[in-house]
Design a protein around this ligand. Sequence first.
Ligand code: GTP
Ligand code: MG
Length: 343
Amino acid sequence: MKKCLGCGISLQVDNPDAPGYVKSLDQDYCRRCFRLAHYGDLTLDLRDAIDPDALIAEIKKHTDAAIVLIMDILHISSDVHYKLFQAFKDRPLFIIINKIDLLPDNSNFAKIETYILDELKKMAKGNDIRSLILTSIKDHHLNDLFYEEIAASPFRKFIFAGLANAGKSSIINKLTGSKKLTTSFYPGTTLDFNAFHLENYTFYDAPGICDRGSILMNLDSRLIEEIYPLKTIKPLVYQLYNKQSFFINDLMRLDAYVKDRATIIFYFDPRVQIHRTKLANADDYELKYPLHKDIEYDFKSYKNLDKEDLAINGMGFIGFHHLDLVKLTLPNKVEVKRRKGLL
Ligand SMILES: Nc1nc2c(ncn2[C@@H]2O[C@H](COP(=O)(O)OP(=O)(O)OP(=O)(O)O)[C@@H](O)[C@H]2O)c(=O)[nH]1
Ligand SMILES: [Mg+2]
């Protein structure tokens, strides 16, 4: 059966509302990919369509392929990564930490590398890691680095796996000098395996695993565009002397309790709007973001945050200095990780 060149789904002419629809089978791209590539609009939201266990089982069938695990620098410590490292213990792994361009230029990259290595140490116990590349699709050295690594290995088939949105399809496009594969900020863009042959290599683009803890899985899909980390983070620094509340794009509320002087730094895409108010006035505002089905608002509390971050899965992170208490109201399935300050 003919497959879509952009997302790998089998093409069909019967049902315009189902994946893979084309008007006629001489077309190479399904309607969804065509609309995403030319208009950036999402005709079918398929972020709930990928079953992680079925996907891992499918990857495992390719016994002669090595795995290129792509991880987003803003989304390393996900519980799904633990699962992937467990599943691929028997496979050589080439790890690419992608989207490094999202971090501010003046970041302490030595500290970031230490953080990455620490996270990998926790997750990759007994894995056969062959290489680790920190990069972005803007990195001119990426192709040289990657081909050098794989040429030195005995493998010729590589499956590009990882979380949805990590940049698997973008990286294959970059490595092959093509724009063939569909990319987008909607989780679940690639729908099935898609082989790309280049000289004596075969690269398989795989669907990403959608992380339920990512904020992108918690929002109505039309709103993902407003908060999705696209450009280099511009830190927003706030000094606090008393109780204050922050509204983050009307999507999250952060109540900060301080005894003395404290600092909060928001590390999000520059499009994300932060609105500050007195805690006493905060109840006058409402969080009104439309959420994905079955998702509701909830709050989490954190005591004594100092030189620490709260990483908001899929969106970025918030740094804290000298906070007594922080209450964060956000969609209930969003995973928040407390960690040592990254920057
Ligand atoms: N800033 C930045 N954005 C990137 C980079 N790589 C990919 N992106 C963006 O990240 C989003 C997701 O990229 P894709 O290549 O579609 O990700 P994927 O891993 O194939 O996603 P699925 O097919 O859903 O599993 C797109 O908006 C890309 O433009 C990068 O290095 N830097
Ligand atoms: Mg993809």
